[in-house]
Design a protein around this ligand. Sequence first.
Ligand code: SF4
Ligand code: SF4
Length: 469
Amino acid sequence: MSDRIPFRVIEIDPAASHKSKSQSTGGIHTRSFSGFYRNLRIVFAGALFVLFFGTAWLQWNGRQAVLWDLADSKFHIFGATFWPQDFILLSALLIICAFGLFAITVFAGRVWCGYSCPQSTWTWLFMWCEKVTEGDRNQRIKLAAAPWGVEKIARRSLKHTLWLAIGLVTGLTFVGYFTPIRPLAAELFSFELGGVALFWILFFTAATYLNAGWLREAVCMHMCPYARFQSVMFDKDTLAVAYDPSRGEARGPRKKGSDPRNQGLGDCIDCTLCVQVCPTGIDIRDGLQMACIGCAACIDACDGVMDKMGYARGLIGYKSEHSLQGGKTHWLRPRLLGYAAALTVMIGALVLALQLRPMVSMDVIKDRGLFRENALGQIENIYLLKIINKTQEPQHYRLRLVDAEGFELHGRTEFTLAAGEMSELPVSVAMLAERPSSSSQSLTFEIQDSDQPGVRSTANSRFVAPMNR
Ligand code: SF4
Ligand code: SF4
């Protein structure tokens, strides 16, 4: 597969192309910058951190607000509990999220990668730690080239300690969504934690440290499947971070205040700042590439240069192919409208399914013994009913057989289950007729909430009887 998205072909003079100076040191050392899109990214990153780190500690009705309880196979989210039988709803939610991502990609390219993807967000956090401990780009390049000494060891140690600390908190939080985080953290920091939980915390600590500290853009370029297939979703009206060559070329230095057009120049002063701030180390002036994660750092850097030069902003910006060709971007296009319509239908169906979700569920398991004769001489079958109260309150239930003339249900038919309780109830069904009309007949069990008759669930099974009695 090509590593260039077929978005725009730009004729570049190779002699005028600058490589990022940082690339000569074997790593990408990005330069600090400021601007609107950086601030926007900080807002998104802050929201993601608050959501990820904060939600795990939040309590709701005396329980962790969001918890995928692996031990009991339950998923708690803000007072609602989902059981394995409900996971079809979770699958539907994931499909809606994937569809939403496709729609956003058609509209604005890789904004997910640039602003919300955890890989990018944690990488920016690790890069900030790098800046705090090792200085800005030029200092880091100098430090990388310097021989090992006290200062280099101290700065590098501090950086890796910070990275590992963030990795540990990330790993703990992630595992804390699957096993209650408060006791987990208490056991971890008192060195009493062992076994599976400790393994997974260390695993995710290492994964965070490696992905955000060392692999960084390599994850986006070589490991992320989204980067591979997102190019097929682009159309000529998709917004993507792009350089406008018709305005920027020919690039070259010039005196501030001079008219570039008189010198045969465009607006690009060839300062390479757009390359120096790029976390993936590419030159956006070469055209849109698969390695571009759409972070807009180059837009901020170039807008700053344009301001200093007294030129209009937007030499690099969010542009569609149509706009780059001098045409108009079509916002309302059939593909986007189709995605919007499909998303609306899917979200509506999910909301309806959530509202209609039965708050009591029942499964019937027939005993392996086919039948037996009871003390009254009746043929009897044994069943085990698994009943779940999916509400957050204790509920009283009634059990009965539906349309089962000639059969009698024996066992507890009225009982109470605590909030979220699953109970296994053994019952038997006796056949009242002496001779069965068939060796196997269908039976329907129904469980009904005594206070809310609309809350009910049914489950089918079979009654087996000997024909030659
Ligand atoms: S930052 Fe702008 S002016 Fe400087 S090289 Fe990049 S495109 Fe040209
Ligand atoms: S070229 Fe680099 S800096 Fe510009 S949006 Fe793409 S990844 Fe970000």
